[in-house]
Design a protein around this ligand. Structure first.
Ligand SMILES: [Zn+2]
Length: 188
């Protein structure tokens, strides 16, 4: 019996430590995303990433989701679908000098859901407010100012024009009705 224990304990300990470390990292990343959402929504909110079992059962194709209450107020938790969350986690832990388009979309999903948590419900308004904050959010996640600017510009040039029409509006242009800084020539 004494011999068996000395073999079994290290064998079980390694996967247990690995799983514990993975879970710790998962929670730490969710906490970091929640800090972004709190800054944008300006209230106590939380971001939760979908788990593997949830992804298998998820019938929707939405990258993120914030339920709204019957009185029109948003709930306190925003959910990120598994792929969007993983792309975002890859961005946070990766080289930010040349992010993939999927990683840029991941940043936008987090920012977009944060604006829903702030109380904006219309998709086109949410999307427009969000794409003007991508440079800030990228920096909060560890990018330099130049890298953050590039994230916002690439999203507006490469992704926004391909979004479904409900997510777009002609007001989302420099100097337009939804320009968050009308006097500023930097866009988005
Ligand atoms: Zn939305």
């Amino acid at each position: 019996m004494g011999h068996r224990h000395t073999i079994l304990i290290p064998l079980l300990l390694v996967p247990a430590l690995f799983l514990g470390w993975q879970e710790w990292r998962f929670q730490a990343d969710q906490d970091q995303f929640s800090v972004v959402a709190v800054r944008i929504a300006d209230r106590e909110v939380r971001i939760e990433c979908q788990r593997f079992t949830g992804a298998l059962l998820d019938p929707t194709a939405e990258a993120g989701y914030v339920p709204f209450n019957a009185d029109g107020s948003p709930s306190d938790t925003g959910r990120l679908e598994r792929d969007a969350c993983n792309d975002l986690r890859d961005y946070v832990h990766g080289d930010k000098s040349n992010p993939t388009l999927e990683q840029i979309i991941g940043i936008q999903v987090l920012t977009h859901e944060s604006y829903h948590l702030a109380g904006i419900r219309t998709e086109s308004e949410t999307e427009c407010a969000s794409l003007q904050r991508l440079d800030d959010v990228a920096q909060w996640l560890g990018a330099t100012a130049d890298e953050g600017r590039s994230v916002a510009e690439r999203y507006y040039a490469e992704v926004y024009p391909r979004m479904p029409s409900a997510y777009r509006t002609a007001d989302c242009v420099d100097g337009g009705a939804l320009d968050a800084a009308p006097g500023d020539e930097t866009w988005p």
